[in-house]
Design a protein around this ligand. Structure first.
Ligand code: G4P
Length: 530
């Protein structure tokens, strides 16, 4: 039996983020292969929402169902317990990814060597930067022609605002790709193009000037590498673990996930430098993972795919203490104690009932409607974890009841789907009408389908033009300016599900005008602000 502190120290809980198609799924799979968690490639593939499924929400739901088991992929590698939290790359599920990022202690960012920094990467990295999450970058697909390595590093700095330091460097690229020089371990790793290889042979090169390097990769490539590394030395700071942990520096690796090349280097370095579970800020105080009493929060809720059973799985990230089966814990928001007889732990491809889990771990709890995203469990202390804000949705529609006999079912369904975080609900101040806001247009179909099949309710939608939802800071609500704002903008005001006041701006122009005219009324673009 390991002691509590050792269990915490050996945990690495992280997410892999990327623009779709950069190679996140392939990399995840290769990491699992190294961990011995899966035997063959292809096992994680079905976790991915395929491009072809964008117009087929049923298929997406089916795939989301499959992805329950693979939402958390856990394995042991070199005595470290690795928990990879799956983040959907599909844009319409970006909100899911944002929430999952509240439960990771670090991330790996995957970049396609040919495409460089893409739209979705920018958004996700921004969220990580805001939260000071340590990031490590993997530039993938080096077996293909791509951008120049220095241009890519520039891209990372300029478009993502990172401060990079390469820990490996490619020798050639595409057709001429010869391998990688590992700056971190000072060795050369030659590319064989064999995707079945588990571990590549590495050749230690302590002295870059040694003729051995020339023998290995040829004179031209050796000279280029020497020049490149000189430039790297001159331009980029040395790797500094403290700076990485403070999210002030981001190490970069190069490789090819598909060919399983450069992946071991990434993983070996990652388990060394990546942080074990970090302290987390609750509204009340900072909670350290070494504290003995349990605390944890719900960051994801997944509906059961069987419409006959409306139970759901709530994913809880353990922040401190241990989570034990059948022990009563306080559901802070509801103020009641709950016991869980079959908490699930996640492994590579399956979930199992588990007796004890540690900080950094994720437990899946069966739930019949007790949990909302952001709920906190403790041993009795009043703690509320921060950092699960809602962002402004991109699409808004009125939701109407299409079957008057089923209004109870409809409202229950809407309520529960919103708790799961499928979309956001706004109730207009003026007339109580309900507006649904989503990140992707697809969710409207998903909601309609699920209301009908899981709750027996029918809904229809009506357009409601909103440019952005802004959360209104009410701390100055006694001023004349605030009162006038409320009076004049009544038509555009709504309450979100938590009862917070929201201004639904119908265009970017009207938002600007409102901000100018009522400059003391503070509008925020996320639901959490101080
Ligand atoms: P994602 O999860 O980030 O969306 O990407 P995924 O791993 O599914 O990879 C997207 C595509 O890129 C896949 O090809 C995958 O095989 C390919 N790929 C990943 N890593 C590498 C690499 O190192 N080199 C090369 N050349 N390709 C790579 P696909 O044709 O879209 O899918 P599939 O038919 O191969 O499954």
């Amino acid at each position: 039996m390991m002691d509590f502190k050792t269990e915490i120290q050996r945990r690495r809980t992280f997410g892999i983020i990327s623009h779709p198609d950069a190679g996140k799924t392939t990399l995840t799979e290769k990491l699992l292969l190294f961990g011995g968690a899966i035997q063959e490639a292809g096992a994680v593939k079905n976790n991915k929402i395929k491009k072809t499924a964008t117009s087929d929400f049923m298929e997406i739901e089916r795939q989301r169902g499959i992805s329950v088991a693979t939402s958390v992929l856990a394995f042991i590698y070199n005595d470290k317990k690795i928990n990879i939290l799956d983040t959907p790359g599909h844009k319409d599920f970006a909100e899911d990814t944002f929430r999952t990022l509240t439960a990771v202690d670090s991330v790996i960012v995957v970049i396609d060597v040919a495409k460089g920094v893409e739209e979705q990467t920018v958004k996700l990295v921004e969220v990580c930067r805001m939260r000071n999450i340590p990031m490590l970058v993997f530039i993938n697909k080096l077996d293909r022609e791509g951008k120049d390595a220095f241009d890519l590093l520039d891209d990372l700095e300029q478009k993502l605002g990172l401060k990079v330091t390469p820990l490996s460097f490619p020798i050639g690229m595409g057709y001429d790709f010869k391998g990688i020089y590992n700056i971190y371990e000072k060795n050369v790793n030659l590319f064989s193009g064999d995707s079945k290889k588990n571990i590549e042979d590495t050749i230690a090169i302590d002295d870059l000037q040694s003729p051995e390097l020339t023998t290995l990769i040829g004179e031209k490539a050796a000279d280029t590498l020497r020049d490149d590394l000189e430039l790297v030395n001159g331009v980029y700071p040395e790797f500094n673990k403290e700076a990485y942990l403070k999210a002030e520096q981001q190490p970069v690796f190069f490789g090819s996930a598909l060919n399983n090349f450069g992946v071991r280097e990434l993983l070996d370095c990652f388990i060394n430098i990546a942080p074990p579970p970090r302290p987390k800020l609750a509204e009340e105080r900072l909670v350290d993972s070494n504290e003995k009493e349990l605390s944890g929060f719900v960051f994801k809720i997944h509906a059961n795919m069987d419409p006959k059973h409306r139970d759901r799985l709530a994913f809880v990230k353990i922040v401190s203490g241990t989570f034990e089966r059948n022990k009563p814990y306080l559901h802070v928001r509801q103020g009641k104690k709950l016991k869980f007889s079959s908490p699930n732990a996640f492994f590579a491809e399956k979930k199992e009932i588990v007796d004890i889990s540690y900080p950094g771990d994720i437990v899946g709890l069966h739930d019949t409607g007790n949990f909302k995203i952001g709920d906190t469990l403790t041993e009795g202390e009043q703690l509320n974890y921060k950092g699960i804000p809602s962002f402004s949705p991109e699409h808004f529609r009125y939701i109407n009841n299409a079957d008057p006999l089923k209004s109870k079912q409809l409202y229950k369904g809407i309520d529960q789907l919103m708790d799961e975080g499928v979309a956001q609900l706004f109730t207009l101040e003026l007339n109580g009408r309900k507006v649904i806001g989503t990140v992707g247009a697809l969710q409207f179909e998903v909601i309609q389908y699920r209301l009908e099949h899981e709750y027996g309710a029918k809904c229809s939608y009506e357009n409601f033009p909103v440019h952005k939802a802004c959360w209104v800071d009410q701390s100055n609500n006694k001023t004349d300016e605030f009162k006038e704002f409320i009076r004049v903008k009544q038509k555009f005001l709504a309450k979100d599900k938590k009862g917070q006041l929201v201004f639904l701006a119908d265009s970017s122009f009207s938002l600007q005008m409102t901000q100018q005219k009522y400059s003391n009324v503070k509008l925020h673009f996320t639901s959490e602000f101080d």
